[in-house]
Design a protein around this ligand. Structure first.
Ligand SMILES: [Zn+2]
Length: 342
């Protein structure tokens, strides 16, 4: 009896010791549970704050924008997420002079990119960037341009995607690669924040595996007035066939949106590929995806208000970015660059 007990204890001890070192089987990770933690209600709660009149339209370098930035930082802190370790705080400061154009009457104040970070457990030096611009165009003639869709929608999507990854990490399924959540500034004045980051990257460009950029995902355009279950996907195939396939597979498995490639046509007159922050990553050879709902009557109008957002659509599109990010962070190989970006 005694011997047996000792043996049992020994076995138990050994089993515990082994269990501690056993790697989680990511094939069994409850990805859908994490994905579904990105909810219309949470996005709505955040967006009614980020696109509130008190943020004064988040014009680059203004107090209103800085206030919105503080709200974002507060949310990361509440979720136990910090800024990236090589940095000493939440901000990548960008001097006003960097954002001034000699021909432009708009002279912005000093501004900041804001970053948050979840370190990878297996390949911490490989970085996935998820970006959205948190600036908008401010106030004009006493009217606040809230920019709920542009790009309050992408801004709050980042908060929820980060929270989903943080929850997964708490449950032992932290991302294998590192994820940088990058809220860039100065987009409306000329993609300045992302250009600054790509010229002064915190992590080497060579180690940056992909940028998923989210800019306007809370509305639908005229072409989809009868069915909002879509998202425009731009740029996914221009540098990496892998990245394109990963996004397609993630959508087929989890989100079932219609992926509309109309604006990825090289001849499309809108040339959206060059018109948001992902482009500053693409031009450095980093594979990108731009998620976008197209333009609508409230685009760059004072009427781009949070009550006009379709929160179920916003959630679904943010979920697609999340499951694509999940695959990028956890698959054995980073997406191979096999195209020239054209
Ligand atoms: Zn925008």
């Amino acid at each position: 009896m005694k011997k047996l007990t000792l043996l049992s204890l020994t076995l138990l001890f050994l089993a515990c010791g082994t269990a501690k070192n056993v790697k989680k089987d990511y094939a069994k990770a409850p990805v859908e549970k994490y994905m579904n933690s990105i909810t219309p209600d949470d996005l709505k709660k955040h967006l009614f704050i980020v696109a509130n009149d008190s943020m004064e339209g988040r014009n680059t370098g203004t107090e209103g924008q800085k206030k919105a930035g503080k709200y974002l930082i507060g949310q990361y802190k509440a979720n136990g997420i910090s800024f990236p370790p090589p940095a000493t705080d939440w901000y990548q400061k960008i001097p006003a002079a960097y954002m001034s154009k000699s021909y432009s009457p708009v002279k912005p104040g000093d501004s900041e990119n804001i970053w948050a970070f979840i370190e990878g457990s297996e390949k911490p030096n490989e970085i996935l960037v998820i970006s959205a611009h948190y600036d908008h165009v401010g106030t004009k003639n006493g009217e606040v341009y809230n920019g709920a869709d542009d790009d309050g929608s992408g801004t709050v999507a980042l908060l929820e995607i980060a929270q989903a990854f943080a929850q997964a990490k708490k449950e032992g399924y932290g991302p294998k690669r590192s994820i940088l959540f990058l809220h860039v500034t100065g987009e409306e004045l000329g993609l300045h924040g992302s250009r600054y980051y790509s010229d002064h990257p915190l992590f080497p460009i060579d180690s940056t595996i992909t940028d998923l950029n989210i800019d306007m995902i809370g509305r639908r355009d005229e072409a989809h007035k009868d069915n909002g279950n879509y998202v425009y996907v731009i740029g996914s195939d221009r540098l990496s066939t892998d990245l394109h396939n990963i996004n397609e597979a993630a959508n087929a498995k989890y989100t079932h949106l219609t992926l509309d490639y109309t604006f990825n046509d090289r001849k499309d007159p809108n040339q959206f590929y060059f018109r948001s922050d992902h482009y500053n990553f693409a031009k450095k050879g980093i594979p990108i995806i731009f998620y976008f709902n197209g333009v609508h009557d409230d685009y760059h109008m004072a009427t781009d208000e949070p009550q006009k957002i379709e929160y179920d659509l916003l959630a679904k599109r943010a979920q697609l970015a999340f499951v694509t990010a999940w695959e990028l962070a956890n698959r054995p190989d980073r997406p191979v660059v096999d195209k020239d970006g054209k």
